[in-house]
Design a protein around this ligand. Structure first.
Ligand code: MIC
Ligand code: SF4
Length: 639
């Protein structure tokens, strides 16, 4: 029986376990990437392992998230990251070099390699045929230490593409269409593999856009074949020697099939407040728009900006619209500077933003009260922009650019621009001077904001306390641990923990800490798809710091589940979903014989307030059970 592309890469990297769907396996990680917001903790964790240098093939540390420097904290973090990279053998990508996923695709990602990144959009490199997954910082630290990465051998869904996109319809519309089919929950331990004739019509950056937002469906990664387009991209990046052809066998068997006729797609938009809330742009036409932002790791490539500029050329952003453009990398910025695209954007009234995450993570450009913001990014979670009352719509660069001119939501097919000549360049502008190669020496500098990575205590014999909070479904890591203005406290857990659940219930930290200080274990009660979104392990570390010992949910997303286990918080699922409704915030809860329950994989939650026994199952692999008993992965690996 033929193999899928996914299983080909997994089998060539398999270290332990049986490569059968649903089994727990571990794989060798070739490349790692970190970004500054998750990276400080990842390198502190790496340091605590006591190794002289990283052990994997290639480790890159990017600075792209916390680049807005208000106060000393972010600059101190950058200096820590630069010096720890220098000492430990990590390539350092300086602030200004661009967004990690865009830059990694340009300069390092390779077909057939495995890549683990402390950022949920690491699968962007699936566009070049790399098995690229997001993980918490600790898992990436361990991969840098040469320790294999554990995953569940995934089910593989074939997404077969036919035909060719029509003008003004682009890769973003493809992935929004995929999101309309698969949604943002229920796709745990799944890989999307793109096949079919239609794949050949898409360049690597377009494929990367599609792979990037597979993260919104919650899949482990997305994969495109490595073919002549991959070779053309690598050649244009001066990296042709890294090319290897890679596709699924013709008789590969998939777990599911979804077919898309590219030529039938229409411009789409993800409506507030979820990337899975998809509607046709034509249905939204005419809605007044206040802000248009083009950029982020999804749509900030050279061709994205060329197409947007072609639509904007000779026009100006409508008076009511604030238009911002953030080129994804310094390479993109240099290319658009050289060919005059930048001038077109400036003439159209665009505010040129730093090549960084910026607006996407709510670091700046927060929209006005109740305003409508069109963005080419990948997440429109409630309050992520920094303005809770704003309505964010995720669209293609074409829809964004055209709507910026008209001032209302507009189908880009109304534009008279000619996009036909915009193709991938034969050669990109290559300048690697913003990478600092490690010297394996020097002093590691730590500013006053940088603390120690906190560790949990082993699982106690008695786990009892209160339901500190009860939340609904689709609680994202942005709900749990806000970013934006709070992002600069990432290296200071006691300070950052003061903002847990800020947009949901700002009194949570005080309540949780009071229970903790009373010697109790805290419980979080949640609906389906708890912890969707980012890889930030702070969504586990900070609740842990506040005394949370268990999350009782209808379902939990993959990366967050791993982060909970890594920090000794029990991920528990209701055996009977309807029991979720019976627990109220403030209920007195206790786990019966928790240590044995963890070993058996099933536990009883006693709700003393309701006088009820609730069967729960532990959502953890054998390996994770052990780390839960030990109080987290750091305790285990250091023991
Ligand atoms: C995001 O897009 O939510 C982030 C910010 O890039 C996160 C990482 C983080 O929280 O630092 C992610 O996607 O993992
Ligand atoms: Fe940065 Fe946004 Fe991409 Fe996250 S999704 S890596 S914040 S650009």
């Amino acid at each position: 029986m033929g193999q899928t592309q996914c299983y080909k890469i997994l089998s060539s990297h398999l270290v332990s376990g049986e490569l059968r769907q649903g089994e727990s396996i571990s794989i060798r990680i070739d490349q790692t990437l970190t970004q500054d917001a998750t990276g400080t903790m990842a390198y502190l964790e790496f340091e605590s392992l006591g190794l002289d240098r990283v052990k994997n093939e290639l480790a890159v540390s990017y600075v792209d998230h916390n680049t807005v420097q208000v106060g000393f904290e972010n600059a101190d973090d950058h200096e820590y990251l630069r010096t720890v990279a220098d000492r430990k053998g990590v390539i350092y990508s300086r602030a200004g070099n661009g967004i990690c996923h865009q830059v990694h695709l340009e300069r390092f990602a390779l077909p057939g390699k495995t890549l683990l990144g402390s950022d949920s959009h690491t699968p962007t490199a699936g566009g070049i045929g790399s098995f690229a997954a997001g993980a918490g910082g600790l898992d990436v630290a361990l991969a840098m230490a040469g320790i294999p990465f554990s995953i569940i051998a995934p089910r593989v869904v074939e997404i077969r593409l036919h035909g060719k996109l029509r003008p003004f319809i682009s890769a973003k519309d493809v992935i929004l269409h995929v999101l309309s089919r698969f949604g943002v929950k229920g796709n745990v331990n799944t890989v999307f593999e793109y096949t079919g004739e239609g794949v050949k019509t898409l360049s690597v950056p377009e494929r990367a856009t599609i792979a990037n937002m597979g993260a919104e469906c919650g899949v482990t990664t997305s994969l495109f074949p490595s073919d002549e387009n991959t070779k053309a991209f690598l050649d244009a990046q001066g990296r042709g020697e890294g090319f290897v052809p890679l596709t699924a066998d013709p008789d590969a068997v998939y777990d599911d099939l979804f077919e898309i006729d590219l030529s039938s797609l229409e411009p789409l938009a993800a409506c507030p407040h979820s990337p899975g809330n998809i509607r046709k742009v034509s249905e939204l036409s005419g809605m007044a728009v206040n802000q248009v932002l083009i950029g982020s790791c999804t749509n900030s490539s050279y061709m994205d900006l060329k197409r947007a500029a072609a639509i904007l050329k000779g026009h100006h952003a409508a008076p009511s619209v604030s238009l911002g453009v953030a080129p994804g990398s310094r390479e993109v910025l240099m290319m658009i500077t050289e060919d005059g695209t930048l001038e077109t954007l400036i003439k159209a009234g665009a505010r040129i933003l730093e090549s960084a995450c910026g607006f996407c993570i709510g670091n700046h450009q927060s929209p006005g009260t109740d305003s409508v913001s069109l963005r080419t990014s990948n997440r429109n979670f409630y309050a992520r922009s920094g303005t809770a009352s704003a309505n964010l719509y995720l669209v293609s660069p074409e829809t964004a650019a055209y709507s910026a001119i008209t001032g209302v939501f507009s189908d880009p097919r109304g534009s008279e621009a000619d996009l036909s000549g915009i193709t991938m360049p034969g050669k990109f502008v290559i300048d690697d001077s913003m990478f600092i190669m490690p010297s394996f020496s020097g002093e590691i500098k730590r500013g006053p904001n940088i603390g120690e990575p906190p560790v949990n205590t082993p699982l106690p014999e008695s786990v009892k306390g209160h339901a500190v909070i009860k939340v609904g479904e689709k609680i994202t890591t942005d709900h749990i641990m806000p970013a934006g203005a709070r992002l600069k406290y990432r290296s200071n857990i006691p300070r950052y923990a003061q903002f847990v659940f800020e947009s949901v219930d700002p009194s949570f930290p005080e309540r949780a800490a009071a229970y903790r200080d009373n010697g109790e274990c805290g419980f979080i009660v949640a609906g389906a798809s708890y912890g969707q979104g980012s890889s930030r392990e702070h969504a586990a570390i900070c609740p842990m710091y506040l005394g949370i010992r268990a999350v009782c949910a209808v379902s939990i997303e993959r990366i967050h589940q791993a982060n909970l286990c890594n920090f000794g918080i029990l991920p528990l699922l209701f055996e009977n979903e309807e029991d979720y409704a019976s627990i109220d915030q403030g209920d007195e809860l206790e786990l019966e014989d928790p240590r044995n329950g963890v070993m058996n994989g099933s536990l009883v939650l006693i709700d003393r307030t309701k006088g009820k026994r609730i069967p729960m199952k532990l959502f953890a692999s054998e390996e994770q059970k052990k780390m839960l008993l030990d109080g987290g992965r750091l305790n285990e690996v250091k023991a």
